[in-house]
Design a protein around this ligand. Structure first.
Ligand SMILES: Cc1cc2nc3c(=O)[nH]c(=O)nc-3n(C[C@H](O)[C@H](O)[C@H](O)COP(=O)(O)OP(=O)(O)OC[C@H]3O[C@@H](n4cnc5c(N)ncnc54)[C@H](O)[C@@H]3O)c2cc1C
Length: 479
């Protein structure tokens, strides 16, 4: 029997697993997909929010601020790309200045440091020369940041794994029942017994919450469509530029990504299908239209792809985190919509603390707090690079020419703890296929490397697990 089983290997589950791995306990993360970071955590704005948006006194506000404050140390310890680039919420209508000041006041009440309302347009243009002509004021939050959400998720999971947490992939939990001393989780691969359960299943947290809780919840998938622009447009703004928030959320943003691209989006459209991560023409048109109000002449010819993510929205618009009184040992981590990425370190800390108390867990003395990212040779001098290539020729073969990723990096990504097994897994770990050509050139080469390193048939290799095979057979077999 496990002490804790966490359902879901997104940022919430991975952070909880890492925090719990500080204690002496048998812990397992079960994930229905083939890898970590396959749900909402892989498709979002990747902003570390300052913390002025959530309602004062809410759990969302408290964990947003705490997560923001924890981010520097977490990213140092786990080698996660993160930059405090600051954010601007811009006002384009003088009659709405009151809303901007209300946001400022809420930020102060939430404990956010360094906030300032700037009404001098010249000063704003010095900060961001491409702001739209109608921008008359902005709320500046210097503590806002940008992060690589894939690496954040992977790093926390890897570190938890190094500290003894087991991961079971391709294992969907279908049902949960109480049993003597805990719970039985019915999965597609058999039953799993545990003393405690953490329900971190993202869009599906309502399903597990509602098995035990008297007060039922309903998670509504709220879609956000995005455009991603090439690195040639990555400097178009330096800060994250927000619209004034509205009842559906924080509005459309224009932001650099920590990897050097420009991101424009998202929409906020409620849908019914929890798997519908497709963009729509209508959604992308909204992005285009709204972004023009905050930033002018965005070089949309530099768009390299579009994508969509689904927020786990619940009517109360509040994180639902804690132990159910109807089922002691069952811990919710539900309705984690934005700012869930920012709050993730604090969510993990909170849940680990509750579970530690429930089970009376003792701290380990051999917890490994740090983790190193996949080795990146791009910072080496020419001499150092030549030496490396002599010793390890795989670093001399550039596979992804857009992002300049070598075979050496891809091979390392495959053989790390929780290593990548699919094309998308490689993309999330080392960015091969994330560039301008979106894998047009490197896909066959990456497939060859995965097949060789994992001793697989090319036909068994997938883009993202399950049925997403890329080649279906050999030509000659069909003749
Ligand atoms: C459009 C958009 C923009 C956003 N922007 C930001 C932002 O800029 N900053 C910010 O802080 N936050 C942002 N967020 C929110 C943030 O992305 C989420 O709060 C966070 O990723 C949620 O993580 P999670 O681990 O709770 O859920 P997920 O990442 O969805 O993970 C849940 C996991 O559970 C697995 N699972 C589900 N059901 C089962 C089952 N039955 N058995 C086993 N496994 C199961 C899923 O496969 C998935 O891997 C945004 C979200 C969206 C959609």
């Amino acid at each position: 029997m496990y002490d804790v089983v966490i359902i879901g290997a997104g940022v919430s589950g991975a952070s909880t697993a890492r925090e719990l791995s500080r204690y002496k306990a048998r812990i397992c993360v079960v994930e229905k997909c083939e890898d970590v970071c396959c749900g909402t955590s892989k498709a979002n704005s990747a902003i570390v929010h300052g913390g002025f948006d959530a309602e004062t006194g809410s759990l969302m506000a408290r964990l947003n601020l705490r997560g923001n404050l924890m981010m520097d140390k977490l990213c140092d310890d786990l080698d996660i790309p993160f930059k405090r680039n600051g954010s601007l919420v811009v006002c384009t209508d003088p009659e709405k200045l009151g809303d901007l000041y209300a946001l400022y006041d809420r930020g102060l009440a939430n404990g956010v440091r360094g906030l300032e309302v700037i009404t001098d347009r010249n000063r704003l243009l010095e900060m961001e020369p491409n702001l739209a002509d109608g921008v008359c004021a902005a709320l500046h939050a210097p503590t806002g940041g940008i992060i690589n959400p894939f690496v954040m998720n992977i790093a926390m999971a890897e570190n938890a794994n190094e500290n003894g947490v087991e991961f079971r992939f391709n294992t969907e939990i279908m049902d949960i029942e109480k049993c003597e001393g805990g719970f039985v989780l019915h999965s597609e691969n058999g039953n799993i017994k545990t003393r405690c359960v953490v329900n971190a299943a993202g869009l599906y947290t309502d399903k597990f919450h509602n098995i035990f809780a008297e007060k039922k919840i309903k998670i509504i998938p709220r879609r956000g469509d995005y455009y991603l622009l090439d690195k040639t447009a990555g400097q178009y703004v330096s800060k994250t530029v927000f619209e004034l928030p509205n009842k559906m959320g924080k509005g459309v943003i224009v932001t650099p990504t920590v990897d050097g691209n420009l991101l424009v989006g998202p929409t906020a459209i409620d849908v019914t299908d929890k798997e519908a991560t497709n963009t729509t023409g209508e959604g992308l048109d909204i992005v285009l239209e709204k972004s023009k109000h905050t930033v002018k002449n965005i070089p949309m010819r530099q768009v390299i792809t579009s994508f969509a993510g689904l927020r786990a929205h619940e009517q109360g618009h509040e994180f639902i985190i804690g132990e159910l009184s109807e089922a002691l040992g069952f811990f919710d981590c539900a309705a984690i919509e934005s700012p869930g990425l920012t709050a993730a370190p604090a969510i993990g800390e909170m849940l680990a603390d509750l579970i530690k108390k429930r089970l009376g867990l003792e701290e380990k003395d051999d917890f490994i707090a740090t983790r190193k990212a996949v080795f990146d040779p791009s910072g080496l001098s020419e001499g150092e690079r030549t030496k490396l290539i002599k010793e390890k020729p795989e670093y001399g073969t550039i596979v992804c020419r857009c992002e300049m990723i070598s075979a050496g990096e891809i091979i390392e990504a495959i053989h790390r703890p929780l290593g990548a097994k699919t094309l998308d897994g490689i993309k999330r770990q080392v960015r091969a296929g994330s560039g301008r050509c979106q894998g047009g050139f490197c896909t066959p080469k990456v497939m060859e490397i995965i097949a060789k390193e994992l001793n697989m048939e090319m036909c068994d290799l997938t883009k993202s697990g399950k049925e997403s095979r890329i080649v279906l057979g050999r030509n000659k077999d069909w003749i």
